[in-house]
Design a protein around this ligand. Sequence first.
Ligand SMILES: [Zn+2]
Length: 334
Amino acid sequence: MLSAQHWIASLPCAVCGNNQTKIIAKKDRNGQPLTNVMCVNCGLVWVDPQPTIECTEKFYSSEYRKQYKKAFQPKHKHCYRETLRAIDRKTRFLSVYRDGMRVLDVGAGAGFFAYVLQKIGILIEGIEPNEEYANYARSNLHLNTIRTGFLRDLTTENQYDLITINHVFEHLPNPREAMVQMHKLLKKGGHVLMEIPNIEATYHAPNKIFHVGHLYWFNPNTIRALALQLGFLIDDVQIINGTKHINIVLTKSDESPASEVEVNSLVAGNAETISKVLQQHTLLRHFLTPAPYGRFLRKSHQYCKEQIDIKKFKNAKDICDSVCSKLLSIQNPK
Ligand SMILES: [Zn+2]
């Protein structure tokens, strides 16, 4: 558990360096105390105070999956869902991937994304801090290119053509350092393909948003501003339907990073826009829209289908193989 005794006091904004913040939430999605603040200059949101690096790394290497998924290893339902997600992400991946690229998946989890890509003949490498999940990828899915460790453990520069990082960046204790590290690891002209939650999303009820593991929250402007300052060009930004997650493609640039003036002009008015979205996203408004009811019906249908599908199999790899053989053959007819 991330414990408050290990947390460090307020720190300047990781995007613009400003010290002025305002509190936007005092509880997490489970009703536990958790303060999130927003930079009044640029709109970046973060957990304040932050846990120390040591505390965060211990949490992700051994405790996060247990706390978040209630399991040391992925349960059958997680294998099923993660395989579906990986197949969905494959489409976006293939829009950036070219033959022969060396790819690193940061926060590879139990390896389902790498496994799905292997099924279509693409071998990627991965790094995963959780020992049990990385072991699972190696022993159950036979993915020997998934290693245990953190992004900052990788020291060899100019190695990769493409880094994928899906729903991981928001968990990292130092987003500037992580962005710099990805820049170093990439070859000239290499890409980052990232998916992160969006602070402007109103997909979940307002009391079900903040989570102890999500240390930073971005919107399209703040993630752009961070990447531009640290030597990336922005190739593409897409907002995913429904969840409003941000999908962004970056390219390692040779040009001078964006100046402070450019960054400030990109985020001008952003904090006010985010504040307005959060203020308007009330419980009453949320439950007066059809979205939560539609989501409940879709999820109920999905869980029933999932229970029927996974009952036929005794182990997780068979579930994963079955989903892949159904969906990959549909998506890639011979
Ligand atoms: Zn800021």
